[in-house]
Ligand binder design. Structure first.
Ligand code: NAP
Length: 254
């Protein structure tokens, strides 16, 4: 059993989907978990279901908002020993129709937001000579997909950021890794299914089958499977694992 008691963890985008599964896994292991996102109702709904989970509104694209979150959460529960930069969003369009607004927005949440979410934790982790940073990247950080160029570019950027931070922190007791889920059953996936169904004139079941076909196991990944990998990366025994992008995709990428 992984024991994270006494550790304070931040999970961005922890109100629902993959982030909520990660928050519950860390909280069940004994960590105090601060979850953040923009919608307080979703965060409170999740926090109400576990005594170790605490809700805080913050927008990861806004440096001031993240600064305020760090100040309040760390004052209440101590410095973050674990940060899971999980908040993300995807929009789709053929590359020639991608507006600068969609490009900027996608990079802001998935890449700049990931950087802003982990940067303020580094000094405290160095001081404690212990830290676990995990990015929720994507198989889109390891391979290309059509019609999601800004998302693929952002997630490749997240893998680069993870590798740079791993190199920089290698001797400090901090590990930095990324989990790379394939198509995972969350509301983000439901929105992608709706877009495909609307654009290609197939029904929802057919659109889901099209996405499942990307996974050699012929199924969607479950949020719990991603959470299990994050929990393992946070364990004491994972101290030697850093700079890795771990694909959770039924073998879609290697
Ligand atoms: P989700 O259910 O839509 O959750 C995304 C979370 O991110 C929400 O809680 C959302 O909360 C939060 N978020 C979005 N923009 C934010 C912002 N500016 N500031 C703070 N929080 C923000 O999607 P999910 O599938 O669980 O996605 C979680 C992560 O997994 C993302 O990074 C995604 O790219 C990645 N991923 C997903 C899949 C998949 O197939 N589902 C596959 C690979 C990777 P608010 O809206 O309240 O802010």
């Amino acid at each position: 059993m992984t024991d994270l008691s006494g550790k304070h963890a931040l999970v961005t985008g922890g109100g629902g989907g993959i982030g909520a599964a990660i928050a519950f896994a860390l909280a069940d292991a004994g960590a105090h978990v601060t979850i953040c996102g923009r919608r307080m109702e979703e965060l409170e709904f999740t926090a109400e279901r576990h005594g170790n989970i605490h809700a805080a509104a913050a927008d990861v694209t806004d440096e001031t908002s993240i600064g305020k979150l760090y100040m309040q959460a760390q004052k209440a529960r101590g410095k973050f020993a674990i940060v899971v930069a999980n908040a993300g969003a995807a929009g789709s369009a053929p590359a020639e129709d991608v507006s600068l607004e969609l490009w900027d927005r996608t990079l802001a949440v998935n890449l700049t937001g990931a950087f802003l979410s982990v940067r303020p934790a580094l000094a405290g982790m160095r001081e404690q000579k212990w830290g676990r940073i995990v990015f929720t990247a994507s198989t889109a950080g390891l391979k290309g997909y059509a019609y999601v160029a800004p998302y693929v570019a952002a997630k490749h950027g997240v893998i680069g950021l993870m590798r740079a931070l791993a190199a920089e922190t290698a001797t400090t007791g901090i590990t930095v890794n990324a989990v790379c889920p394939g198509f995972t059953e969350t509301s983000l996936l439901d929105r992608a299914v709706d877009r495909i169904a609307a654009k290609t004139k197939v029904d929802e079941a057919e659109a889901r089958k099209m996405l499942q076909a990307n996974n050699p196991q012929g199924r969607f990944i479950q949020p719990q499977e991603v959470a299990d990998a994050v929990l393992w990366l946070c364990a004491e025994g994972s101290a030697g694992i850093t700079g890795q992008a771990i694909s959770i995709s039924g073998g879609e990428t290697w």
